[in-house]
Design a binder for this molecule. Structure first.
Ligand code: HEC
Length: 137
């Protein structure tokens, strides 16, 4: 009897463990986010370089790092309280998007990603877009 119970407990624990792992892995997958073509193909009006990166870093530290993490890995202090994974800015999925896509997503947000329209100027958002390129692996 006792061993049966033990085996049952062990089985339940393994099933629970595997389910949590699947949920965790699934939560790390980005959900498709369509960006209108006019934004996707938008030309970045702010030149890339030291000056823009510096401005981007300052804004990023103040408004973004709490969720996205200092180095853009999605590991900020608030990240574990979020339902959705904020993304890994060092990886291909992020870096293969256009500047316009990053601009659109930052400006208008979605669900737990706050919108920064009205809070940050377009120029500031483009500085962020430039700065986020420095996270590339
Ligand atoms: C409260 C937490 C939070 C803050 C603060 C935050 N974000 Fe996000 N961000 C998220 C979450 C969560 C997602 C994923 C949203 C989704 O997929 O629906 C996201 C997604 C994004 C994406 C899209 C990533 C991709 O690969 O599609 C960009 C770009 C982005 N954030 C930029 C920023 C910038 C720039 C700032 C600061 C100005 C910022 N975020 C501040 C939580 C946050």
């Amino acid at each position: 009897m006792i061993t049966m119970k033990k085996r049952l407990v062990r089985t339940v624990m393994v099933i629970a463990g595997v389910s949590f792992l699947c949920l965790y892995v699934n939560a790390q997958q980005p959900k498709p986010w369509d960006v209108p073509a006019e934004y996707k193909n938008m030309k970045n009006p702010v030149a890339k370089g030291e000056e823009s990166n510096k401005a981007g870093l300052a804004t990023y530290t103040k408004f973004c790092a709490s969720c996205h993490g200092k180095t853009g890995l999605g590991d900020g202090v608030k990240a574990r309280m979020l339902k959705d994974f904020p993304g890994d800015f060092s990886g291909d999925y992020f870096q293969n998007q256009t500047d316009g896509e990053h601009f659109y997503k930052t400006k208008f947000g979605r669900n737990e990603m706050p919108k920064f329209e009205g809070k940050l100027s377009d120029e500031n958002i483009w500085n962020l877009v430039n700065f986020m390129r420095t996270f590339k692996k």
